[in-house]
Each structure stands twice: as structure tokens, then as C-alpha cells.
Design a protein around this ligand. Sequence first.
Ligand code: PMV
Length: 362
Amino acid sequence: MTDYKNPHLLLETAEVEPGEISWRSPSNLAILKYWGKHGIQLPKNPSLSLTLSSSFTETLLEYRPKEGGDRDISLEFFFHEEPNEPFREKVVKFLESVTDIFPFLRQLDLTMYTGNSFPHSAGIASSASAMSALALCLCSLEHELFNTLDDDAGFDRKSSFVARLGSGSACRSIFPTAALWGETGEITGSSDLYAVPMAGEVHTIFTTFHDDILMASTEAKSVSSRAGHGLMEGHPFAEARYADARRHLHRLIAAMRSGDLEEFGKICESEALTLHGLMLSSNPSYILLKPNTLEMIERLRQYREETKHPVFFSLDAGPNLHVLYPEDIIHDVRLFIEEELKPLCEKETYLQDWVGEGPVQE
Ligand code: PMV
């Protein structure tokens, strides 16, 4: 089992020129959900996501050789141009945790500038975009300093591995269109340690998919994802859920290969409601859905019934409704959203996102 530990990645600091690395990396939306983990960020079941576009993090990492012999991580940190001590501490902790993989991090003075394309309080999970952007910067930095990661697939795999250590779902953001994380006999090369690309495995209709994110509430979540994963331990439905996820994966891969949107939608909505059902039935129980989330779901289902349009919903670990549909019905769906769903949103806000090409080095 690879763990990417490499004690040889140490610098002759006198020979290192200062430099900078920058990546833009998108968020992703799990259609098949990861909920429940074990060991060091290993999933209890495989998950499959669509890679997004307009919700992204941009991260610039400046580096220069350290002057003194201090071995602590040295990091200055700016979030949207402002110093941010709580975020800085989180990043330092993460960097400390990957010094077996990147031992040279102790030999550098680092400055990180990062920011998201979406509003901070929008209730969108930023960990997937933020941790994937950082992981990509670290792998590029390694390559810049040691010329070790020439092979693109190897670079992506290592970036995905490192992103996973920061936030499980982040490992899927490395790839365009769609990604699968978790070992399954359905996909050769799949692993619990990193995600694998699925763009070549899915029907082209999915490359045209939109994901409009309807803001039911922008309040901070009452229970973090970390705590939610934890509540799956000893959850009365845990084993049934993991078995169900594997059955769903089998059906979802078939539907995504063939472009069967009805089947895709059934699994997508069942996964979203199952995730929240698991929260409702946790001990202690909690509810992240809001009354307007449910109202939007009802309206969407009614609209689908009336129009027969392939428009479906998903939910992340929060109250905001992701509305998914292919490009060819955008005109009708946007009209429906504007007229019926937008008025139900907090401050009448929704974000427009779509399936995208994955991270970009800047
Ligand atoms: O990556 P985490 O630990 O924030 O967990 C993400 C969990 C969900 O977003 C609810 C599902 C998923 O697979 O992304």
C-alpha cells in the first residue's frame, strides 16, 4: 500500500531559488455520498461525484529557503488578502501532518494567499476546493524542486491522495467531469486512498450538466461533517447504508455510462435523502434541512411530473438544494427556478455552477 512517505525529499537550501506556485481548483458534488469513515480518512463506501466549475478556490504558495535551522512549519497566511489566524493554524496542522510525504516543507518559509470564488457564508463546503488546491500546490512544489512528478497520471494520483488527507471529498476534485473514490470491483484501479478519473466512463450528456445551488439558508452548520461522519460509528443503519451505497454504485455507473437520466435521477435523489435520513436517525439526532428546502423539493418534483424534464435535486451536508439538469433544458429550468424556487431562498440567492474541466495551474 503506497503512503508516499519519502525521507529523501530534502533540499540543499543554499541552491534553492525563491519561487511561487498557484492552482485554481473546483468544488465537487457527490451524487453517491461518502458518509462514514475509518482509519486515516478512509471511506466506508465508495463515492462518485461531478466536478464543478464556478465554485473554486485559488491558492498561491510562495516559498523561499529558510535562513535559520528551525524545523517548525513557517507559514504566513492570507485569506481574501487578510491574515486569518484560525485558518492559518488549520493549514499549519495539515502541513505538519504531511511532512513525511514532503519533508522539505520544514526547510522553507512559506506564504499562502487563498480565496474562494463563492461567498464565505454561502453555506457551500469549501473544504473540497481548498484542500485540493493546496494538495496540487504541494505536488507542484515537489516537482519544481525535485523533478519527481513528470507523469500526469502519477501527479494527479498523488495530489488526490494528499487532498484526501485534508478532507475526504477533496480527493475527487482533482479530475475533470466526474471522479470515483473508494475501492470497488466495478472500476479497475479504484482505491480507498485516492480518487480515479471517470470522465472516460460517463456519457457525454453529463459534461453538459448544470448544478444551480439554491440557498435555503446561509447559517453556519449546527453539526460539522467531521462530527457527522463520527456519528456513523454505532449508527443502527450503518451496515445497511454501506451495502445500499454499493448497490447504488453499481446502478449509478451503468446509468452514467448509458446516459439513462431517469435512473441517474432516482439514485441521485435517494442518496441525498439517505444522507439526511442518516442524520435524522443518528444518536444524537440532528436536522440540517430547513422547511424551505422541503418546499423546494416538492415544487421540483411537481415541476418534473408536469414537464417530464430530467431535472433532479441533490443535497450536501446542509440545507441548500442542488438542482441538476442537462444544458438542453436550461431555458425552461431557469424560468422555473426564477419563478418558483428563487423566492424561497434566503435573500433570493442562488449560485449557478456546472460540470467542469477540473483544476488549472495558473
Ligand atoms: O469531505 P468531508 O469530510 O467534508 O465529507 C463530505 C461529506 C459529503 O459532502 C456529505 C458527501 C461527499 O461525498 O462529498
